[in-house]
Design a binder for this molecule. Structure first.
Ligand SMILES: C[S@@+](CC[C@H](N)C(=O)[O-])C[C@H]1O[C@@H](n2cnc3c(N)ncnc32)[C@H](O)[C@@H]1O
Length: 169
């Protein structure tokens, strides 16, 4: 009888599938906590009543969010966008970007950089790094504000303003 975690012969694909499975369960609780916040803050009503795509600063102002909490609201909205509850019409304006003081981001375990590139394209002022294991990112094309850095996230990751850790959609 075998009660292992499902690696057959140590194949890389099986190991990756197992990692994805564990990570999904580890982070599953986040969506329900975030949804609870969203309902309590009446965010869907605020966006609906606004009648058009709403910037983060407009949303914060409508909800009378304390200016010191606007960054937290931004993080909340990013999680909701990531989980498909909202979508981003236009990520951010240059002014919003400066207000948030966000100049650099690393997508840890970013794979082939699909998500990193989407962010880099939407935030031209932001320096984005796709960080992954060497064999995953070798030879992938960089852009003006998107670079690839190889390494082991359990040892060290690049020092930046924001860290993205996403496990598939
Ligand atoms: C489930 S994939 C997620 C890919 C991407 N973030 C997404 O959501 O589509 C996990 C990624 O983590 C990378 N990874 C696994 N162990 C790593 C480590 N120790 N250091 C850096 N990256 C690692 C894998 O190569 C893989 O690209």
């Amino acid at each position: 009888m075998n009660f292992g975690v499902g690696f057959s012969g140590g194949e890389a694909d099986d190991e990756l599938e197992a990692q994805i499975h564990i990570w999904k369960h580890m982070f599953n609780f986040i969506n329900s906590i975030v949804l609870n916040c969203v309902v309590e803050l009446s965010i869907p009503d605020a966006i609906h009543e606004y009648g058009e795509p709403m910037s983060l600063s407009a949303l914060a102002s409508t909800l009378h969010i304390n200016p010191t909490k606007v960054q937290a609201l931004g993080r909340l909205m990013r999680i909701l966008t990531q989980s498909g509850f909202f979508y981003i019409k236009k990520f951010i304006t240059q002014n919003d970007n400066e207000e948030e003081g966000l100049n650099s981001l690393v997508d840890v375990g970013g794979g082939n950089g699909t998500m990193t590139k989407a962010i880099a394209d939407a935030y031209p002022q932001l320096s984005c790094i796709c960080f992954d294991l060497p064999h995953v990112i070798d030879g992938i094309q960089e852009t003006a504000n998107m670079t690839f850095v190889s390494g082991d996230m359990f040892k060290e990751i690049p020092q930046v303003d924001a860290i993205l850790l996403k496990v598939l959609s």
